[in-house]
Write a protein that binds this ligand. Sequence first.
Ligand code: HPA
Length: 248
Amino acid sequence: MFAIIGGSGLTQLSCLEISRRQIIRTPYGEPSGPLTFGRLKNEDIVFLARHGLGHTIPPHAINYRANLWALHSLNPTHVVSVASVGGIRADLTPGKLIIPDQIIDYTYGRNFTFFDGKEQPVTHSDFTLPYSQKTRTLLLQAAKSADEFIFDGGVYAATQGPRLETAAEINRLERDGADIVGMTGMPEAALARELGLNYATIAVIANSAAGRGNNLAGIPLKEIYAVLDQAMIKVRNILEHIVSCHGN
Ligand code: HPA
């Protein structure tokens, strides 16, 4: 079974043949919403909307531990996260897609580990390569067979939100080596690693980051949803092809 975590612009998968929805409780509380089970082409899928079905949960208030724990309990072969981001690098313009290969975490105050040491020995997890190379390769192959261009590799900066960044913060992120900026990539990726999940992200550029592209004086928030609607058509196409690549 494949797990898909949808972000802004992907609160449901319209191409999914839905068989049931299930509310799962976890030792960490409730996930963002019910899990939706269904089939996409010939593959069993479980889908979770990260911000809730009504898109009401802001990035810092998402129960990332419950989300990942619930998906892990189903023993998925891969977890694919879809996330909207701002483009920092000049060629990462609105509507483009990228599969990042690195992360820098600037978030704070979130529940970021399952190993919080109350009754367990100290446990570290290796995070040198934060995304599963297996899952990244599957996504890249799927994009190729879907004939959708997607950038291979880039550094995802995870910021706290919910506000967008200042232009100076984006300059700093760029100096740090970041290519894209989003608010939900962490602790999601780290928790997936702690659970041993094959996890990777398709990031959708919703806007040029603050002070970049045409956004020297501000980010036109109203335009973001139109960009995401268009880009999610490409994401759905890729997701359908992942599934058929995997089945072959
Ligand atoms: N910054 C942070 N997160 C985002 C952005 C951005 O510009 N766009 C979409 N998610």
